[in-house]
Design a protein around this ligand. Structure first.
Ligand code: SF4
Length: 404
């Protein structure tokens, strides 16, 4: 990038980052067949150092501090991610947490620490360290063993659910239960939604995040056929929602709570829904700074911003066109989405789901009909439950009163 272009970009206002996803390990002890890091289009992980070093961690923390000071912010989130963030063991985690303590917490910043892990390597020693620094832990489980172990396997093809569930039982009990943040579950449209939800609720997770698989228009999701309208994922979500609603909405389910909030005119709090700007950025084990991590499922280099913590500050990254693309709301959506009556809630869906080689991200989500269906269902449920005026006009944002 030329220096004049850089100066011009930096002079424009930027939306500062609040959540920093640190890829502290670039390898994993599991080999889930759908994994967007290892088993999809982008194979650049092979060139990454296995673990984030102290030097890279410190430089990242200093860049974060510089960015927040420039924007007069003191609250931030740091999430350890991978690969598998527990792969480097307790000493690696301790080094990273000490760096964050020295460079940020001790400097007066309020840091929400979290970790997304497969949990198979959890030990009490690691748990005690996470307790000391108050690091919240989210894990992944795709339902009961016969479903989870279809895809979540190790490098020898062995199932992972026994180890995960064993450690989940520890995590949900004292003294660790206050660290337990929730469970990610990738949707399998051929599964029983009720059986999946009931199984996950057995662990009393504070939150559940049902994820639509990271597919797109060229790499269709399980159960979808090109040019054939199917709402298998929307139907799955509706059955799950109805069961959850009948149970009194135990545990926060992020996609449902986000739609409910958006229906009431609040912000989504979720980068996959709504039109709020995304304020999350990723730092790889070598210090490379990247955009939304899951774009790796789309094509090789999709997340690449050509920035690194040793050479670039976060203001430069926040000015990058790929980052601004995620912050521009309606302006960056395709014509179909712009005309869509539910766009204020859907937001065009998650960016990786919009991709096709022919049109880039200028498409509706590959889950378009599913999203519209679950949004309309939740909106209708809400209207029958509360004062309809509260959620009456959310479908009118684009000037339409019904779906096209
Ligand atoms: S429902 Fe479909 S058309 Fe409407 S905003 Fe979402 S992806 Fe776009």
């Amino acid at each position: 990038m030329s220096s004049s272009a850089l100066i011009e970009i930096r002079e424009q206002s930027v939306i500062p980052f609040h959540t920093y996803l640190w890829k502290i390990a670039s390898r994993c002890n599991l080999n889930c067949s759908y994994c967007y890091v290892y088993n999809r289009a982008d194979q650049r992980w092979r060139q990454q150092p296995h673990f984030m070093s102290e030097q890279t961690a410190r430089q990242t923390a200093l860049r974060v501090r510089e960015h927040l000071e420039a924007h007069k912010k003191e609250d931030l989130g740091i999430t350890f991610h991978g690969g598998e963030p527990m792969l480097g063991g307790v000493n690696h985690l301790q080094m990273l947490l000490e760096v964050i303590d020295q460079e940020l917490i001790s400097q007066g910043f309020k840091v929400r620490l979290a970790m997304q892990t497969n949990l198979t390597l959890f030990t009490e020693e690691i748990g005690d360290l996470l307790l000391k620094y108050n690091v919240c832990v989210g894990t992944s489980l795709d339902g009961p063993p016969e479903l989870n172990d279809l895809f979540r396997i190790d490098h020898q093809g062995r199932p992972s659910s026994a180890a995960v569930e064993h450690n989940l039982q520890k995590l949900r009990m004292p003294p660790y239960q206050k660290l337990f943040a929730g469970i990610l579950c990738v949707i399998n449209p051929f599964s029983s939604p009720i059986r999946v939800l009931d199984h996950l609720l057995r662990f009393s997770p504070p939150g559940i995040d049902f994820l639509l698989p990271l597919n797109n228009h060229d790499d269709l999701p399980l159960g979808k056929v090109k040019d054939k309208d199917s709402t298998a994922y929307g139907d799955w979500l509706i059955r799950t929602f109805d069961h959850w609603w009948e149970l009194g909405a135990p545990s926060e389910i992020r996609i449902f709570n986000s739609i409910l909030r958006l229906c009431c005119g609040m912000s989504s709090g979720f980068e996959s829904l709504g039109l709020d700007p995304v304020d999350l950025v990723v730092v790889e084990t070598n210090g490379d700074i990247e955009g939304v991590d899951s774009l790796k499922a789309a094509y090789e280099g999709a997340t690449c911003l050509s920035c690194n913590v040793f050479e670039n500050d976060f203001d430069t990254v926040a000015s990058h066109e790929m980052v601004r693309f995620r912050q521009n709301g309606l302006n960056e959506l395709c014509q179909t989405c712009c005309r869509c009556p539910v766009v204020k809630i859907c937001g065009g869906g998650y960016i990786p789901h919009r991709y096709s080689a022919a049109r880039g991200f200028d498409n509706p989500s590959v889950y378009c009909r599913d999203l519209e269906k679950i949004i309309r269902h939740i909106h209708a449920t809400l209207k029958t439950t509360i004062n309809s005026a509260t959620c009456g006009d959310v479908f009118d944002v684009a000037g339409h009163s019904s779906a096209s």
